[in-house]
Design a protein around this ligand. Structure first.
Ligand SMILES: [Zn+2]
Length: 384
């Protein structure tokens, strides 16, 4: 296992770094005022962080109303190292290299991949060598990698994945044989929620719903990711929405993901339309032309999602529920359609919206995990 860095940095150092990361550029005087530390202490910490090349002096700020010397401003040295994010879907591998402020250096999406445990380690090592070749010189190099898994993760291990055969496969340990940086595994919907929270830190209680081959939710309660006792929390794809309903991979019947996943939408559309090659944008285009089949299938998907959203609100009472899926990105009114179907009790105070960071949201959530671990900051706001 990797060494957990937590605790290496002193509390005040973490606070200074966090404020510069989230609110910079700032002068030493502004830092002193925001943190409530005297200027000598702030200057000493700033010197340490500059010596470590984690922050840098950038230009001159405005002088105060009282006049005087214009202050030197400080900001994160975002190119001091790089974070890698990987999203392993049922048939794709999506990757991104980030600067230390979470912004994108490069992204590579590899669609239509065979994803299985027999080949995934070698596949990933090859892909990572390609995307990290010719990174700019930096003091810290690659500071870590977070991998989004479509399944249940507990203690950085894969407990259960219905969409590929990784259940109990020690992916992080296998990769650590080839890579010399920390590797974190996390559920993809949890990463989605972390990205939404990092983008909108005013939302202390939020739920993100990710719809792909399955359906999952990431839950932020009181500004913390909630994963439950064994990482099962948020597995809403297995919330039962129909008595004696469709059989599910979990062994149950009537689970949400057998009605509202994109895979079910696409499989049903392909079968009933006769267009075996159809992709999600084809279903959207048919819907936009008022095609009866596409309208029926999408409305059915929304009906079952509405049951799930209602249940989520009764359990967690979030301020916001954000939806993340290809079909919802094509249909701007998708979240509002769910809201309109909710009964008064649960529709009254909920904001239904799209996930803020679009198609790349899960990758940005992965960056939050890697970078917050490396910098040991208590708070991380994504500025993208
Ligand atoms: Zn199920």
């Amino acid at each position: 296992m990797f060494a957990n860095r937590t605790g290496i940095r002193e509390t005040n150092e973490r606070t200074v770094l966090s404020v510069i990361l989230n609110e910079g550029p700032l002068s030493r005087a502004q830092l002193s005022e925001k943190i409530g530390l005297n200027k000598a202490s702030v200057s000493a910490i700033v010197k340490t962080l500059i010596d470590q090349q984690l922050i840098k002096e950038v230009g001159i700020g405005e002088s105060t109303i009282q006049g005087g010397r214009k202050p030197i401003m400080l900001e994160l040295n975002k190119a001091a190292g790089f974070a890698i994010s990987v999203d392993i879907g049922h048939d794709y591998i999506d990757t991104m290299v980030h600067y230390l402020d979470g912004s994108t250096l490069k992204r590579k999406l590899l669609p239509f991949r065979v994803v299985e445990k027999a080949t995934i380690t070698a596949d990933l090592v090859t892909i990572l060598q390609e995307i990290t070749a010719q990174l700019p010189e930096s003091p810290f190099g690659i500071v870590g990698m977070t991998i989004a898994i479509h399944g249940i993760i507990h203690n950085n291990a894969i407990d259960f994945t219905p969409v590929y055969d990784f259940s109990d496969f020690p992916l992080a340990e296998e990769l650590e044989k080839h890579l010399d940086y920390p590797i974190f595994l996390e559920n993809e919907a949890n990463l989605l929620a972390l990205s939404e929270h990092a983008k909108n830190s005013a939302f202390s209680n939020l739920v993100c719903i990710s719809i792909h081959a399955g359906v999952g939710a990431g839950i932020i309660m009181n500004d913390q990711l909630y994963t439950g006792e064994n990482g099962l929390s948020g597995e809403i794809g297995h919330m039962i929405v129909q008595v004696n309903g469709n059989p599910c991979t979990c062994g149950g019947n009537g689970c949400l993901q057998t009605y509202s996943s994109e895979k079910v939408l696409l499989d049903t559309y392909r079968e009933l339309s006769g267009n075996k090659e159809a992709i999600i944008p084809d279903v959207y285009r048919a819907y936009a032309k008022n095609d009866a089949l596409a309208m029926k299938l999408i409305n059915n998907m929304i009906d079952y999602l509405t049951i799930a959203v209602h249940n989520i609100i009764t359990l967690y009472n979030p301020r916001v529920i954000a939806i993340h899926s290809e079909i919802s990105r094509l249909l701007p009114e998708f979240p509002e359609k769910i809201k309109h179907k909710l009964p008064h009790l649960t529709s009254a105070n909920i904001q239904m919206k799209h996930a803020s960071l679009g198609e790349e949201a899960i990758l940005f959530g992965a960056a939050v995990v890697t970078i917050a671990n490396f910098l040991e900051v208590p708070r991380f706001e994504l500025k993208k």
